[in-house]
Write a protein that binds this ligand. Sequence first.
Ligand code: ZN
Length: 478
Amino acid sequence: MKILVASIGHESNTFSPLPTRWADFTVRRGDALLDTAALGDNALAGIVDTLRGAGVELVPAIHASALPGGLVQRDAYDRLRAGLLERAAEAQGACIFLHGAMVAEGVETADASLVCALREALGPGAPIAVAMDMHGNVTADWVRCADAIRAYHTAPHVDQSATGAAAARMMLRMLREGLRPSIGFVKLPLMYPGEFARTDSEPMGSIMRLVAEIEALPGVLSASLIKTHSWSDVYDKGISAVVVAEGAALAQAQAARLAAAFWERRYDFPKSVEAYPPDEAIAVALGAAGQPVFLSDSGDNPTAGGTSDVPALLGRLLARRAPSALVCGFWDAEAVRACHAAGVGAMVQTTLGGKVDRANGAPLPVTGTVRRLAEGDFYRGGSRLAVLRVSGVDVLLSEERIAVTDPAQLRRLGLEPLEYKIVVMKQGYLFPEFEALSVRSILALSPGATHCDLTQLPFRRVRRPIYPLDADTTWSPG
Ligand SMILES: [Zn+2]
């Protein structure tokens, strides 16, 4: 029996004005998918290694991912779908990774549509197991079209290969034992930014201990608490509990138990992080002991689809005359070109940001000195760069939209985060490599397509009521 393997990942932020094009995806096909060493900590690597290790013959289809961004253009979605299905006729089952938060033009729950397209292509008897990100949006169609679903158990995500392996082990049981498990699924009228639900802090830590307890029950194959992607305005969304088990009653009862536990703690999640409006966040950071203090410009986070060109927090930082600060990964192609034209040491008068996400701030006029010019490799892309010093604040500007996720990226440019009092990241919760350097990390509730106060965003499509948009939302396990 041959099993199709694939990985398609996009986090679509419908509040971003920047559409995601086919050209934004990095695509691998065929045998390149089987080079798991090149994939690193990746769900597809876990799937491939586990299935191949068990002697299963694989049909590698497509591996495609792009930096989170706006709505996926229809032709890009159609090409992803075609890539997933083109070798389906050779396979008798599928074990794939989908991020789970893709929204395409005319296809609101794109991942569910992909799973159902695969079901149609493979037929009703073929086993389908799906590994997914914790920030996806599972739907009833997805549950109906798959046999098994398993999401990451950690945020920040440090178990990507392990999640792929867990999905692959369910696939092996289906192949060897002829097992066809049931999926229990409960969706809550609730959404939170991922920032409020780190698995290494409370209350999410307790929820994940319950997930582990459920997974250890006889007859249960896997349990997942899937936190949805907060920044897409789609009708059918919400935090979900998914349990895969032998028998529908067991699966549904345990999914309901997990959902109820999350609902019970719903008011505790926002208290789990130190977060303030921008001015207060800057004041707290300036007054904090030691350095570097990390300040997340959380409303403009490119790893969740922000444009990274919202200048609001930078403007407040300059107005406060912060003495020593580094601002990482600010996207402004015009400013980078101006810096490169002027050269290192030159004085440049320009504007920063407000050119793509015009809804969340106007271009900020600045005069600064060019400190460095370089090129760099970043999370899913490279770019020409410039470091512009504006009254004590070093701003790392990029010509392409990038995400700075590792201090090594800065050090290669000669920027040492430890030398600054404040390091501003266009990020939500810090990636683990930055967390390790930080004496304190503070979330600035800044504006942008990834605003962590969801009541500040113009939701129109999502099914109401949903918390926190509707403060008095009720739910019962019924
Ligand atoms: Zn995620």
